[in-house]
Design a protein around this ligand. Structure first.
Ligand code: NAD
Ligand code: UGA
Length: 469
């Protein structure tokens, strides 16, 4: 029986390994983490992450061929294939701060693998890493090898949160990069056989190591670029009377462009787009390609612009001040169907409103009050984009409250900002919300989820992204 160990029981490690365990009953899968709290949650009824379909998959395999453990050394030493799925955040200090990927966690995982291994291993980069990371990892492992043979593979993950299980069941592609040596090819084949249990062979792509590493950064950059492109057009729509949904539909009908990922919004969030583009920018700069670096940096600048533009629109529409006014914020997660708030645009929008002295009442079906307060109190790192404000003062903290439903959040409010596209926001009783709000009552739809015409009939003043007033 092949034994797989995954280091890192996060948003990627947990769901990915659960699906491997489900689809490969003959493989033993153990997910390890240094966080005792995370592992306990994976072993409980309340999993540490909210992801549609995940509970069901975990229930089917946990205790059969899937387990979660903090005994990192034991399981790493016993495994044939080790996935490394630790976090690779942006560096906040030192060389490359604000752009480069922080590989501290990765390096410590690699050193630990070298320390505890007693047999040959295939080490798989699952985390998103800078191109050429495999070379550094190889050096760490082989310099401490004690005669053990290590093969490093790059197998980046393309799942999106909220649809992780669907994406893992039916991936557009699985990408495996390896050394072009007999040992490298054999390792690629071994990993390919794991995925071939449920992924059609023509969807399993094999490349060299550097192409696989760079493809992940490039894919995220392309995806984010589409959003910044449509968001840039949304500003022009508002200035001209065009409707961004109609424009995006017409543009996306071109089969060369395609219809997906063209929804204008308050801006993209999530733990990866910004981090991975900054990482790409840094790699370009290090390789003497400032023009390429600046090209990709612009994707983030437009995203910051979109969030700032949204806040400015709220304040300007409400007679240039929101001081002392209650604003309801519906949705805090960075997208629907997840409780994840990493880099959510809601943080920047709320901080912008609080900066103008609004009182903010937040409702999100999956994000806890604790998480919201922590996110808003956090001091964000600064690169050269000024959007991130200083940490909140104690008075600003008092300006934030968390409500148990949308009606409570909007009670007595002057305006409602919709910042996550949760389905339930489409079907709220807006008549009831309107009755309980201050007048004039504003709705700022940062996700274009409501029927603006219907809301206007009720009496709301509605602002949608990229649409005529
Ligand atoms: P995460 O923060 O949710 O999980 C990482 C886990 O690794 C944490 O639980 C942490 O405790 C653990 N860890 C760190 N160092 C460790 C060590 N030395 N030993 C054992 N455990 C250790 O991160 P994530 O969202 O799962 O992302 C992981 C990687 O996957 C990142 O590189 C990210 O860019 C990439 N990725 C993420 C997504 C996503 O949707 N979140 C999608 C594709 C790729
Ligand atoms: C993204 C990619 O889609 C995954 O392929 C990738 O594996 C992952 O990043 C990663 O590397 O972490 P994720 O961030 O989970 O996945 O979610 P997305 O669906 O890509 O959404 C990202 C952000 O863009 C969200 O805030 C979403 O609301 C926003 N978005 C998305 C738009 O504003 N408009 C769109 O048309 C699509």
């Amino acid at each position: 029986m092949v034994k797989i160990c995954c280091i890192g029981a996060g948003y990627v490690g947990g769901p990915t390994m659960a699906v491997i365990a489900l689809k490969c009953p003959h493989v033993e899968v153990v997910v390890v983490d240094i966080s005792v709290a995370r592992i306990s949650a994976w072993n409980s009824e309340q999993l540490p992450i909210y992801e549609p379909g995940l509970d069901d998959v975990v229930k089917q395999c946990r205790g059969r061929n899937l387990s979660f453990s903090t005994d990192v050394h034991k399981h790493v030493s016993e495994a044939d294939i080790i996935f490394v799925s630790v976090n690779t955040p942006t560096k906040t200090r030192g060389l490359g701060a604000g752009k480069a990927a922080d590989l501290t966690y990765w390096e410590s995982a690699a050193r630990m693998i070298a320390d505890v291994s007693k047999s040959d291993k295939i080490v798989v980069e699952k985390s998103t890493v800078p191109v050429k990371t495999a070379e550094a990892i190889e050096k760490i492992l082989t310099h401490n090898s004690k005669g053990i043979n290590y093969q490093i593979l790059s197998n980046p993950e393309f799942l999106a949160e909220g649809t992780a299980i669907e994406d893992l069941f039916k991936p557009d592609r699985v990408l495996i990069g390896g050394r072009e040596t007999p040992g490298g090819r054999k390792a690629v084949q071994t990993l390919k056989e794991v995925y071939a249990n449920w992924v059609p062979e023509d969807r399993i792509l094999t490349t060299n190591l550097w192409s696989a590493e760079l493809s992940k950064l490039a894919a995220n950059a392309f995806l984010a670029q589409r959003i910044s492109s449509v968001n840039a057009i949304s500003a022009l729509c508002e200035a001209t009377g065009a409707d961004v949904s109609e424009v995006a539909y017409a543009v996306g009908k071109d089969t060369r462009i395609g219809p997906k990922f063209l929804s204008a919004s308050v801006g993209f969030g999530g733990s990866c787009f910004q981090k991975d583009i900054l990482n790409l920018v840094y790699i370009c700069e290090c390789n003497g390609l400032p023009e390429v670096a600046n090209y990709w940096k612009q994707v983030i600048k437009i995203n910051d612009y979109q969030k700032t533009r949204f806040v400015n629109r709220v304040v300007a529409s409400m007679f240039n001040t929101v001081s002392g006014k209650k604003i309801a914020v519906l949705g805090f997660a960075f997208k629907k169907d997840t409780g994840d708030t990493r880099e959510t645009p809601a943080i920047d929008v709320c901080k912008g409103l609080l900066g103008d002295k609004a009182t903010v009442s937040i409702y999100d079906p999956q994000v806890t009050e604790d998480q919201i307060q922590r996110d808003l109190a956090m001091n964000k790192f600064d690169w050269d984009h000024p959007i991130h404000l200083q940490p909140m003062s104690p008075t600003a903290v008092k300006q934030v409250s968390v409500a148990w439903d949308a009606y409570e959040a909007a009670r007595g409010a002057h305006g409602v900002c919709i910042l996550t596209e949760w389905d339930e926001f489409k079907t709220l009783d807006y008549e009831r919300i309107y009755q309980n709000m201050q007048k004039p009552a504003f709705v700022f739809d940062g996700r274009n989820v409501v029927d603006a015409a219907k809301l206007r009939e009720i009496g709301f003043i509605v602002y949608s992204i990229g649409k005529p007033l």
